[in-house]
Each structure stands twice: as C-alpha cells, then as structure tokens.
Design a protein around this ligand. Structure first.
Ligand code: PLP
Length: 451
C-alpha cells in the first residue's frame, strides 16, 4: 500500500481478494453465512447511504435513534415484552453479551456487594460469556447439562451465591440447538435475587416464529436481559445484534459517560464510540422489509428443511444425531467426523466441526436456514454418500503430540501443512487436546496469521 492507485485498479484487486475468500455458494457456508431472502440490493443501498454517519453523537445523526428505537420496538413485540423493555443495537452477539454482563455486574456492585463477583453459565453457554468474564474480571462458574444438553436448574442453584452477578440460559444453545428450561432457571434466579440473562443470539429471530417452541422470552418475568442477533436468523448483514433489558433502570448500568478529560464529554451506550450506521441501517431495512410475516415464512422454510434433514439422519445408520434440537441447528456425527467434514467440503459444503466436550461428541454443526429448503435433498445425499463407516486411522505429525510443540512454533507448523488436504488430521489433533491446550494452539495460530 505504498503508492496511490486508480480506483479501477483498486476495485479490480478488491474483486480478486473477495474471490479468494472462498467460492462457497448460496446456503453452502454453514455457521458463517445465514443465507435466505435476497436482500442484497436493499441492504447495500442502506449501507451506502449511512456509511458516513457517526453514532458518536446521535443528536448530530438522529438516524441512530430512529433505527435503534424501531428495532428495539420490533424485538419487544416478538419477545412478548411490555413498553418498559429497552435496549441497544450492538455490533454482534459478543458485544451484546459483554454489555449485559457489565450491566449485571455494575447493578450488583451498586447494591454494595464488593470483592470478586461471579457468573453462572451452563457448559453449553456461548464462549462469549467466557470472554465477558475475562474482559470484566468475573469468575465464571460452569454448570452441568443433562443428556439432552439442557441446563440443569439444580446445578445452577448449587453454584449461585451472594456474589453471583449473572445467571445465563440459552435459547437455544448454539452447539445443540436446544432451549434451556428458562422458567425453572428463572424461578431459581429470582428466588436468589439474581439477574437472569437469556442468550437468544442465534434463536431470537427464529424461535418466536416457530409454533410450539419452548418459552424463553420476556413472558417469563424472571428474565432481566436478553441478547438477540439480527445478523443470524434476521438475515441482515454482519454487525447487528440487540441487547434488551426488562427496564431502563437495569439498562442504565450498561451506559458509560465521562467528562474527565480535556476533550468533549463522552456518553456511549455501547462499546464503540465512533461508529457508522451502515449495518444498523441495513438491519433496519431488512427488518422493515420482511416484517413478522416475512420472518414467519422464513422460519417455516428452515424448519421444513430441518425436519427433512433430521428424517434422513435418523434413517441412516452411518449418521448419528447428537440430540433432538428445538430449532434449525443440527449436530450430527459419524464414525470419522473430521474426515466426513472434509469430504463434505470437497462437495462444496463448508461444514463446521465442533470438538468433543464433556458428553458432547465431536460433530458437524449445520445451521439450517431458509436457503436450505431447495437444497436439503442434495445436502442429505451428500451427507449420506460421504459418511465414513470406519473410524479414522493415522495422525498428524507421525504420532507426535501437539502438546509437545512449543506454542510459538504452532503457526509455522500449521502453515507448513496443506489445510485442504490435512484439515481432518489437524481437527482430530486439536480434538485430542484438553480445552486449555486447544485454546492455546488456536490462539498461537491466530497470532501467527496476523504478522
Ligand atoms: C447462542 C449464541 N450466543 C452468542 C453468539 C456470539 O455471537 P457473535 O458471533 O455475533 O458475536 C453466538 C454465535 O454464534 C451464538 O450462537
């Protein structure tokens, strides 16, 4: 980037870089891309119109207030909230979770509780809670889940004490797509005077539109806050999530303000200070266009595709469903799941593999969206045809253990492999490590990538 270049030249290179991001087609990149309605022109124009705005001062750019209030009002309605429910639009699920955790922590501190605080999170609670605990200096107490991977209320009760700032339930959990027993957990949290957060990041824009889904939202009066992403089953461009609170008093602990420096006084609702309204405007445009009826139709399509896929998995001996989901998230395993995922990639499906943890086996994770209804036949066929019948043999590095390698060499080592060819072996090697060692390996690799 040392010399100025023409816009045509730069655009041509941008197109090349984009092509190199992968040629995953519509509905083929699970987890990373939620394909569904074709909103490309609408959201691109919304982003273009608002790219130059700045949320640093919403009085200078009233668009922020308009868009956020409208999106919170939409969420309030679909999540059975009353007029007291307030919230903010954030950059994603992780930011929503960090902010709700901060609000809960500061609300507890405001009652005079000091010392080290903690949060109680089932092992199926998203990694973002671990990040929030690390950023906000809270202890995290993880609790067991049952055979169907739902949080166990008694285990949560046993972990709560007077220093518990936050209790977490998922609706649904990302890994297994099941909804925790929110009402039962709520009764415990309320009885102990604790803040209950329901993480509906992945489910908030789909569960409300599925008939007979388990209840999880503000209709349960113990629920203090919720996170709900628009950039997943809301089908909006990345960078849009909601964090919602039972009332403004709870949300007040989320905000930050200071006038303690030489410059302009700062009051921010979210983590970012200067921010553009591009993804906010795109989210507003998508939600305004689709409305509840649009989302209901999309949820019906994704559930129809899910039901068909579940039928194929149940009927096929080489495939094993990890658990029955309450949502369009499917965890499926086989005799050699890492090899299976790699074979699926060769057929053009970007399938995420999840390592084993507690009684959850290593599995492929399929986020089924409305885009999959016309594709589910092909997806099912490919899953069946590529299913290995025998477990894997062979190991990366000729029997050497990843644990024995100096972390600073991990990046160099992984770089030296052909990930297209060796990915299954790398995934299996990572799966063989304990969770702390897995984290160390992937962190070392990430640090190596950004050099
Ligand atoms: C249940 C749940 N919570 C939180 C998150 C984190 O969201 P993000 O990746 O937008 O930060 C996810 C992401 O998949 C999720 O599924």
């Amino acid at each position: 980037m040392e010399q100025a270049r023409s816009t045509d030249d730069v655009l041509a290179e941008l197109r090349e870089i984009a092509a190199n991001d992968g040629t995953w087609g519509f509905g083929r990149a699970f987890t990373y891309v939620f394909d569904g309605p074709d909103l490309g022109d609408l959201t691109a124009e919304a982003m273009r119109l608002f790219a130059g705005s700045n949320g640093l001062d919403p009085t200078a750019f009233p668009s922020f207030v308009r868009f956020e209030n409208d999106l919170v009002a939409f969420a309030r309605t679909i999540l059975h909230g009353d007029d007291e429910i307030v919230g903010s639009v954030t950059s994603g699920g992780t930011e929503s979770i960090i902010l709700a955790t901060k609000a809960a922590r500061d609300a507890l501190r405001a009652t005079g509780v000091d010392g080290r605080l903690n949060m109680v999170v089932p092992i199926t609670g998203h990694a973002a809670f671990h990040k929030a605990a690390a950023y906000l200096d809270l202890d995290i107490r993880t609790t067991a889940v049952d055979e169907g991977f739902r949080a166990i209320p008694d285990a949560i009760e046993g972990s709560i004490d007077e220093r518990t700032a936050l209790v977490v339930a998922s609706a649904p959990s990302y890994t297994h797509g099941v909804v925790d027993p929110v009402a039962d957990i709520g009764a415990i949290a309320k009885g102990a005077g604790r803040w209950l957060h329901v993480d509906a990041c992945v489910g908030g824009m789909v569960l409300p539109f599925i008939d007979d889904s388990p209840s999880f939202d503000f209709s349960i009066d113990a629920v203090d806050s919720m996170s709900m992403d628009l950039h997943k089953y809301g089908y909006t461009p990345k960078g849009a999530s909601l964090v919602l609170y039972r009332n403004a008093a709870l949300r007040s602990h989320q905000f930050f303000a200071t006038a303690g420096w030489t410059g302009y006084p700062v009051a921010n609702a979210t983590v970012q200070s200067t921010r553009s309204a591009a993804s906010l405007a795109a989210a507003w445009a998508a939600v305004s266009h689709l409305g509840p009826a649009g989302y209901r139709a999309l949820a019906a399509d994704s559930m129809r595709a899910t039901t068909e896929l579940l039928g194929v998995i149940r009927a096929n001996e080489a495939l094993e469903l990890v658990t029955e989901p309450d949502s369009p998230l499917v965890a499926v395993t086989s005799a050699d799941v890492f090899g299976h995922a790699q074979a699926m990639k060769k057929r053009g499906w970007m399938v995420g593999v999840t390592p084993s943890f507690a009684h959850s086996p290593a599995h492929m994770h399929l986020t089924i969206t409305a885009a999959h209804l016309p594709l589910v036949g092909e997806l099912s066929n490919d899953l069946v045809e590529t299913a290995p019948t025998e477990s894997a043999s062979g190991s990366i590095l000729g029997g050497m253990d990843l644990r024995d390698i100096d972390p600073s060499m991990i990046g160099v080592l992984l770089d030296s492999l052909d990930l297209d060819r060796d990915r299954a072996l790398v995934d299996a090697a990572i799966d063989s490590l304990d969770p702390d060692a897995r984290a160390a390996v992937i962190s070392a690799f990430l640090q190596h990538l950004y050099r």
